[in-house]
Design a binder for this molecule. Structure first.
Ligand code: XBP
Ligand code: MG
Length: 261
């Protein structure tokens, strides 16, 4: 079984966007609307249990009961806040403050050069993906054959819908692919679609459960900045390469195959 495509999550995987990006943008949108709501770093960590910005705001209202504007139609209020949040978030990205995570650029370039098909499967809004790539690795906007994002499917991660959509659009089977995620919700989504998954954790997700992941790392690593293996085996590899991707993929479907060297 040959590895044909790599499918990447965005938030937390391609870049550490949550704490200093999305969270800050949500707070700016609340302030702009005259709402006295503040999502601290800690509270935001809890709110991340719900994926999707609009879904997250609704969950906050349902569980924290913040003061609401009197005339508010909730769905309308959430939609307006989220639109403003996207504007603040893309403006933040345009300032160039959020880089790609360690090893991401190098590995994408290697995969692209080798002719591996690339896609994105994310919960975030499409404008946010474009803004991130435009300001970090503009040429990659042409590399991703499919950018599956946001409300394109009815159910967000941990539902598998966004991965099903990506596979269908590319005409691929789950066993042709390897997914890259950073969170339990993301892993659930890819796993339920039957796609072997490499997890690169971050501060918000490092304590989560990742059973069933093909490999769990702290990041993809660079020659001078090796990764740490948190679960699974990477053999003698010290940073993530296409060769390691192919080995992890082969091993996932045939655990008796030649071990990762
Ligand atoms: C990402 C998310 C998103 C972003 C906000 O999850 O949960 O909600 O935090 O994006 P994943 P929007 O990495 O699993 O796709 O506000 O644009 O929805
Ligand atoms: Mg993520």
């Amino acid at each position: 079984m040959q590895l044909q495509a790599l499918i990447f999550d965005v938030d937390g995987t391609l870049a550490d966007t949550e704490r200093d990006g999305h969270r800050v943008a949500f707070n700016a949108a609340f302030a702009e609307a005259g709402l006295d709501w503040q999502w601290s770093v800690e509270l935001y960590g809890q709110l991340l249990a719900v994926t999707g910005g609009k879904e997250r705001i609704r969950h906050f209202i349902d569980t924290e009961h913040p003061p609401l504007p009197q005339e508010a139609d909730l769905t309308d209020l959430i939609a307006r806040l989220h639109k403003a949040k996207t504007r603040h978030y893309t403006a933040l990205l345009a300032q160039g403050g959020i880089p790609l995570r360690t090893g991401v650029k190098r590995f994408l370039q290697e995969a692209k050069t080798a002719g591996i098909r690339l896609a994105i499967a994310t919960t975030t809004t499409p404008e946010n993906v474009t803004a991130l790539l435009e300001h970090t690795l503009p040429e990659s906007l042409q590399w991703f054959e499919v950018i599956a994002a946001g409300d394109i499917v009815p159910a967000k991660k941990p539902a598998p819908d966004i991965y099903h959509y990506t596979l269908e659009t590319m005409g691929l089977r789950p066993q042709d692919c390897l997914a890259f995620e950073d969170s339990h919700n993301g892993l659930q989504s890819a796993q339920q679609a039957g796609i072997p998954t490499v997890v690169t954790v971050n501060d918000y997700t490092q304590a989560q459960a990742f059973s069933g992941a093909a490999l769990v790392l702290d990041h993809l690593g660079e020659p001078g900045d090796p990764f740490q293996v948190l679960r699974g085996t990477a053999g003698s590899h010290r940073y993530f390469t296409l060769e390691l991707a192919q080995q992890v993929h082969a091993q996932f479907f045939n655990p008796n195959s030649k071990p990762v060297s």
